[in-house]
Design a protein around this ligand. Structure first.
Ligand code: PRP
Length: 214
């Protein structure tokens, strides 16, 4: 039997994902060592391999088939636009993609003014403003701490993830519009879905029944 390879987005999602896998009897002892510098972890018994990658790289590994299965946020899936199957909403990592800014920026959004939008998600922002709202905006790509942009005058608004809302609140910003809800998703390589249909189908079924019970 060949290895089934899983790519997990590093960080909070990976931890949650391993907890979920544990509930269906999939464990990976090697991965639990916090000091390890290893990149890939194996469960010999079940012929499974796991690796951690930066979230935006997970869809890349899955599209090319270097990973059969991936677990990653819907934000990353939308932004990367890779060819793969999204098979399951895992229900955790729930948050929202929003247009945020200081309260006065609400007027600028209403009146279709030419505004600047800072974001880590230029494709999502483009799709929202150009194709849904039909508003011409200038999109500025940033890599983190997006909330800074309207505060220092780089942009009028931002498109960013809102989870608890505390980052916005502490910086005097508000949710002005909601783009879409987000959560962790399981994605599968298109060829793997056919070649490993039995194993992947069983995995999806087991995960579904555990998720239903929660
Ligand atoms: C994300 C997001 C917001 C924050 C939202 O940033 O970009 O800044 O979390 O969470 P909250 O609504 O619970 O405050 P992340 O911590 O991933 O880091 P980043 O600034 O590098 O994007």
């Amino acid at each position: 039997m060949r290895y089934l390879t899983f790519a997990l987005a590093k960080g909070r999602l990976a931890k949650k994902s391993m907890e979920l896998f544990e509930q269906i009897g999939i464990t990976c002892k090697e991965m639990e060592d916090p000091a390890t510098r290893k990149l890939i972890f194996v469960n010999e018994e079940l012929k499974l391999r796991f690796f951690l990658a930066k979230a935006p790289d997970v869809p890349t590994y899955v599209e090319y088939g270097a990973a059969d299965v991936g677990i990653v946020g819907k934000d990353t899936i939308l932004e990367e636009g890779r060819r793969m199957y999204e098979v399951l909403d895992l229900g955790y990592g729930k948050c929202r993609m929003c247009v945020c800014g200081p309260e006065p920026a609400r007027e600028l959004l209403k009146h279709q003014e030419l505004i600047r939008v800072a974001t880590k998600y230029p494709h999502i922002a483009k799709e929202y403003f150009y194709n849904q709202k039909h508003q011409t905006v200038e999109i500025i790509k940033l890599n983190g701490s997006i909330e800074l942009a309207p505060i220092v005058g780089l942009s009028e608004v931002i498109v960013d993830i809102v989870e608890t809302g505390s980052t916005l609140k502490e910086n005097g910003l508000k949710v002005l519009e909601e783009v879409c809800p987000l959560s962790a998703r399981m994605v599968v390589n298109q060829v793997s879905m056919k070649m490993e249909n039995e194993r992947i189908g069983k995995l999806i079924g087991e995960l579904k029944s555990v998720l239903c019970m929660e």
